[in-house]
Design a binder for this molecule. Structure first.
Ligand code: 5AD
Ligand code: SF4
Length: 472
């Protein structure tokens, strides 16, 4: 989501006459996009901003975007006085205007100001760098500092719709269909940083999908915090209908969607996957815990049984749909027996992949007030056990592909290994070799015979065109 926000911000600013550069050194304006969903995100951001401070002497300007900007607000100016712009995601539309106020408009004397490559930093959290520097503060006050804030109101109706998205991959692109979240899971900061749930019209989503197909994109990923809570403001299409309609756009070969919330996951989504071949055989359905008691404490709005009902619908599909999930360990009050239920669920569902997280307390969230915190060491132990269990589950699931022929989209080439990297409809990585003289193009679709499997990937050999078509 954040990566796609960066693509939209870059596209919007490039349209305004700014130019994107590769390194911080080349930039006059550095916009730092942040995510605060887990870990010590705030500390990490302040640490990075401290690194930037020394660049201020070169006349560079700094802005902080995204969740940490929204969450920390003007406190950022206090702790990092060299920052002159703080902007939440619902205010991105106003960025060009705000930059003009800051004196870094692309149309001013400084035409074509480079700005740093926006990124959602995923480096491990750093320690707080003790940014208070009073001498610096005094200088800053004397120097007529201009500071701009674009903080969002949770009730905002603003969507960041832009036709100027700078997509980094020429074959696969994201489309946001719904922003914000109204679920308020007890551990989660998103409803506070991204505002209330608001959907785009299905006509506007389809127009973007057609435009992407015209530009040569073949894979589209529909995005939303809860993509399946989508409600067309024009009342024309349900989420499943929109999914099917995107899948029917001429030129589109694959459609993915993430993330689904189990509470709003309807059977019609499975029916759409069965009916429209371009919809991928993959559903990411975060469960968070296998214990109904913990799910209640997390305010997830479903029980283990209700979750398993959705899984049964997916498994009853005509197509073999792969299921992946997110799990949090060590939520306050999670007992050994609750954790045992989560382990059991991994086997019962038979996930093909999971993202695992240690519970981390987040600002403003209701779970902050819960007692019975789980010590970090114990969270780490549970995480290890969970990952080992999932490995056990995944090995045979991947092994069953050995000997079959699957279609992959070519994503790249690993020169050192002499392998191409492909992705299957089920979202599995398949590293493959090709006969001498054959060199598949990135973005093309080829048939590959799977020859071996690992817990997290498959290995194969590309089929010749005739062999590939014979098996279809
Ligand atoms: N602690 C740990 N994991 C979290 N997630 C969201 N908030 C937290 C938190 N406070 C995880 C959830 C969610 C994923 C995107 O991040 O598993 O599905
Ligand atoms: Fe966070 Fe829950 Fe909303 Fe997902 S559904 S974004 S976990 S509050």
């Amino acid at each position: 989501m954040n990566v796609h926000d960066s693509e939209k911000v870059v596209g919007t600013l490039v349209q305004e006459g700014y130019r994107q550069v590769e390194t911080v050194e080349q930039a006059d304006l550095i916009l730092y996009n942040t995510c605060s969903i887990r870990d010590k995100a705030e500390q990490k951001v302040f640490h990075r901003l401290a690194d930037y401070k020394k660049l201020q002497k070169q006349g560079k300007k700094f802005g902080v975007l995204g969740c940490v900007a929204q969450q920390e607000g003007e406190k950022i100016f206090e702790r990092a006085p060299h920052v002159s712009l703080v902007c939440g995601s619902a205010s991105y539309r106003k960025l060009p205007e705000m930059l003009t106020q800051l004196g870094v408009a692309a149309t001013s004397v400084l035409r074509e100001i480079p700005f740093d490559k926006l990124r959602a930093d995923s480096r491990p959290a750093g320690e707080s760098a003790g940014l208070r520097d009073d001498a610096f503060l005094d200088r800053a006050r004397g120097a007529k500092l201009v500071r701009i804030t674009g903080l969002d109101d949770r009730q905002t109706d603003e969507c960041f719709e832009t036709e100027f998205t700078a997509r980094t991959n020429p074959h696969r692109g994201y489309i946001t269909i719904i922003e914000g979240c109204d679920k308020f899971c007890a551990y989660c900061v998103v409803p506070f940083t991204r505002g209330k749930e608001r959907s785009r019209t299905s006509d506007s989503v389809l127009a973007e999908a057609r435009q992407m197909a015209d530009l040569g994109y073949t894979e589209i990923q529909l995005l939303g915090q809860n993509v399946n809570s989508y409600r067309d403001p024009a009342g024309k299409r349900s989420f499943a209908e929109l999914l099917a309609a995107v899948g029917e756009v001429p030129g589109i070969k694959r459609v993915r969607f993430t993330t689904s919330h189990p509470r709003d996951f309807g059977r019609d989504i499975v029916e759409a996957i069965d009916a429209v071949p371009t919809l991928c055989d993959h559903v990411h359905l975060p469960v968070q815990s296998g214990s109904t008691r913990v799910l209640d404490a997390m305010q997830r709005l479903y029980s283990r049984e209700q979750y398993m009902e959705r899984i049964a619908w997916i498994k009853a599909a005509k197509r073999d749909i792969v299921i992946t999930t997110d799990v949090i360990v060590g939520f306050p009050g999670e007992t050994e027996s609750d954790f045992g239920e989560t382990l059991g669920l991994l086997e019962e569902v038979g996930y093909d992949g999971i993202f695992t997280f240690k519970y981390s307390p987040r600002p403003n969230t209701p779970a902050l007030n819960l007692e019975e915190a789980i010590p970090d060491q114990e969270k780490a132990r549970r995480l290890e056990v969970l990952m080992a269990k999932q490995r056990e589950v995944q090995i045979p699931r991947n092994r069953k592909y050995v000997g079959s022929i699957v279609e992959v989209m070519v994503e790249g080439h690993n020169q050192a290994r002499g392998q191409w990297i492909g992705r299957t409809s089920q979202n599995k990585t398949l590293n493959f070799t090709a006969a001498a003289g054959k060199s598949p193009q990135s973005g093309s679709y080829v048939a590959v015979l799977v020859t071996a499997s690992f817990p997290n990937s498959l290995v194969g050999e590309m089929m010749s065109q005739e062999e590939g078509t014979k098996t279809e």
